[in-house]
Write a protein that binds this ligand. Structure first.
Ligand code: 3H9
Length: 692
């Protein structure tokens, strides 16, 4: 038998063991021998029952994503499912690790599913811009009911084994000896001569929803509210709804057509690109898997403000104990109280249990003394963005931290090498740049200084992954990758206001493109004073944001910024005063205001960012274009369906981008529109960032 599929026997029960590391994806090399095994065992009269199990760390984690968009080689996954559903002897999927996507679809073609207590079940295709394409939208509703299935399929979030048991997706859960128990389960079913009904024929859980399509539609509309122009969630809903209105086979065929429509579309290509980009980003040339990371058991965090508190929470959420330092007992108390409040909000929303909250809070130790960092393995500084202050903190950390402890700065802009230079251990210093709110946003820019030791980078990547963050290694420059590209965009958003656009118009162009919010809504949310302080330190000026700050309009926190937020509301309302201020500033600058199109807004904000991204690649600040995409999607909310700025540039065509940059350069004379050498060369040679 092929090495990816093996058949074991336990008396009259056959066990098919799939072994396709690392995640048992359903590649052609696995599908072909699996089909053969299913055919042979079906016709073998000595086999009274079948167990489908997996070797390695997980049950089948889905179709092989690398095969998408290429011609499919038969047998397809649906062919395997047909083979399984022919069985008139009990078939049992034995699930450990994760049964995801096509893996769960395969398991749902079995009569029974038994699971290890730690197993997870999910249909995450929506995260790849797809819908389950091998019956998932039809079989899951039959097992767990349409409402639950809809939530699972539209969110893509897996459920645990116990919940799967309670919902009817699993038939038994075992704490030990999964395969042995699965065999016993299959034998018991065979001996009892139980009637075997394929999932496709179990309509019982559909009856109520079939009589209340309006209820289903209301639930679906609610779930789709946050889908922001993505096609996949809409197709997921349509397909689950078909389970209520069509025959099984018609709905199955329709699901397959939807799948092919999505898999060939740009959104799914973009989301698949992001899946692999995120995994690539953790790989750094010269830092192999053989390089042992330093042990990290306790974290120190300097500063319990918004950033420091969020960073400390991220580590505690990942189970790591944190020593949190503030300058005064008062500031420390305030910081710890905010952390406790944030966890309490999660409990009230139902996303965290009381017990888990207590467990996480118990991981915090507050202090005002640097000496208490002596037992920390990694210390992250999150104080104000001022070089003198940061240097002072690092001198103190260097004095108390044990030899080999790693010192990280959360600076958003400043030179990590300058900070490292005040310590006697520059090799142990790096940047770990978290994004606000740090306990929510997944991105961490791992900033590699000139002298940062390779095992320090490896350790930071490992710790970031442990706490479920997405680490991307970048080099030192002002603003690193994300904020440097953001600066290119920010200048132009203000210029657009001066030339004739309104904040609402710019923000609308952004949200229609798929961003969660536009730049002016974002400034208001983050606080205008942050950028103001940064500009002042650099001797820079912003034509509109500065006067707003001078009037105390810092955004949502003061109820007024680019917009109005009356009575603590978070919904921005246009403000006539701001419109008048913008017009006055246009007059002062001698600019006659004109109509600005949505296309102009997008070109003038996005294309300079792409251009800056190309310069970042040229300088080696980012290793790959896909790293830049990972940063923008996970740190700034770049629309996932567009794949990140560099992928979007490839889709648009680099020549078109260079042409439009040239156009805006001729019109404005601004350097940000001067195409970088790399961009020009790639465009001339018909190349792309992804093929570089
Ligand atoms: C689907 O099933 C469609 C069907 O409905 C219909 C079909 C007709 N394919 O994440 P990790 C690689 S759509 C190919 O670092 P972890 C991954 O790139 C699919 N490769 O490990 C990485 O490679 P490398 C629905 C895959 O332990 C390595 O495996 N399923 C696939 O942190 C390890 O991955 C999903 O969307 C794949 N399906 O997490 C599940 N999966 O070492 C996608 C992984 O070269 N997978 N690789 O960098 C996951 O969510 C996570 O990988 C998993 C493990 C949770 C399984």
């Amino acid at each position: 038998m092929n090495e990816t599929v093996r058949v074991d026997r336990d008396g009259d029960i056959a066990i098919i063991v799939l072994d396709n590391p690392p995640v048992n994806a359903l590649s052609f090399s696995l599908r072909a021998p699996l089909a053969t095994a299913l055919e042979e065992l079906h016709d073998d009269p000595s086999v009274k029952g079948l167990v489908l199990a997996c070797a390695g760390r997980t049950f089948v984690a889905g179709a092989d994503i690398t095969e998408f968009g290429k011609p499919v080689q038969r047998p397809h996954l649906p062919d395997l499912i047909v083979l399984l559903e022919r069985y008139r002897k009990p078939t049992v999927a034995a699930i450990h690790g994760t049964a995801l996507g096509g893996g769960l679809e395969l398991a749902m073609a079995c009569h029974f599913r038994v699971a290890d207590a730690g197993a997870k079940f999910g249909l995450p295709e929506v995260k790849l811009g797809l819908l389950p394409g091998a019956g998932g939208t039809q079989r899951l509703p039959r097992l767990v009911g349409p409402a639950k299935a809809l939530r699972m399929i539209v969110s893509g979030v897996p459920i645990g084994a116990r919940e799967a048991l309670a919902e009817g997706l699993a038939d038994a859960v075992f704490d030990t000896d999964l395969v042995g128990n699965a065999v016993a389960f299959a034998r018991a079913q065979s001996t009892a001569g139980a009637t075997l009904v394929n999932v496709r024929d179990r309509d019982g859980k559909l009856t109520a929803a079939r009589a209340d399509l309006a209820g289903f539609d209301a639930e679906a509309a609610n779930l789709l509210k946050r889908s922001r122009g993505l096609d996949a969630p809409v197709f997921c809903v349509k397909s689950v709804r078909n389970a209520l209105t069509m025959s099984f086979s018609d709905a199955l065929a329709t699901e397959r057509n939807y799948f092919f429509e999505l898999v060939l579309g740009d959104q799914s290509r973009a989301q698949r690109h992001l899946f692999f980009a995120e995994r690539e980003a953790a790989k750094v040339p010269g830092i192999g898997k053989d390089l042992a990371p330093r042990p990290v058991r306790r974290i120190g965090v300097v500063g319990a403000g918004t950033m420091g508190g969020g960073i400390a929470m991220s580590f505690a959420n990942g189970g790591l104990p944190v020593t949190l330092l503030e300058v005064s007992e008062e500031a420390l108390g305030k910081g710890l109280a905010t952390i406790a409040k944030n966890y309490a909000i999660s409990v009230s929303r139902g996303s965290l249990s009381e017990a888990e909250k207590a467990k996480r809070l118990a991981l915090f130790t507050g202090t005002t003394r640097y000496a208490d960092f002596a037992d920390c393995d990694l210390i992250v500084e999150a104080v104000f963005e001022e070089m003198a202050l940061k240097k002072d903190v690092f001198r103190k950390l260097d004095a108390v931290a044990r030899p080999g402890a790693i010192l990280a700065t959360n600076t958003s802009y400043l030179d990590v090498d300058d900070i490292a230079a005040v310590t006697g251990r520059p090799g142990d210093v790096l940047g770990m740049h978290f994004f606000s709110p740090a306990n929510v946003m997944r991105l961490v820019e791992i900033v590699r200084g000139k002298r940062t030791a390779p095992d320090v980078i490896a350790t930071a990547i490992g710790v970031a992954r442990t706490i479920a963050k997405v680490p991307v290694v970048v080099g030192v420059c002002h603003g690193f990758v994300g904020n440097r590209m953001l600066a290119a965009r920010s200048d132009e958003s203000e210029a657009l206001l001066l030339e004739g656009a309104t904040p609402e118009q710019v923000d609308r162009a952004f949200t229609e493109f798929g961003w969660p919010m536009g730049p002016f809504q974002m400034y208001d949310l983050a606080g205008l004073d942050i950028g103001w302080r940064n500009r002042k330190s650099l001797g820079r000026h912003a034509a509109i944001a500065d006067p707003l700050c001078e009037q105390g309009r810092y955004g949502q926190k003061t109820g007024r910024g680019f917009y109005l937020y009356p009575d603590g509301s978070r919904t921005p309302q246009p403000d006539l005063e701001v419109a008048l201020l913008i017009e006055a500033k246009s007059r002062e600058a001698g600019i006659s205001r004109r109509a600005i199109s949505e296309t102009e807004i997008l070109e003038r904000t996005l294309f300079p960012m792409i251009n800056e991204g190309a310069k970042i690649l040229e300088e080696g600040i980012a290793q790959r274009a896909s790293d830049i995409d990972t940063i923008w999607v996970n740190g700034y909310g770049f629309p996932v369906g567009k794949g990140g700025p560099m992928f979007y540039a490839d889709l648009t065509g680099l020549k078109a981008i260079v042409d439009r940059l040239g156009h805006w350069h001729a019109k404005t004379g601004k350097a940000i529109y001067q195409p970088s050498t790399l961009l020009r060369e790639l465009a001339q040679g018909g190349g792309s960032f992804s093929a570089r």
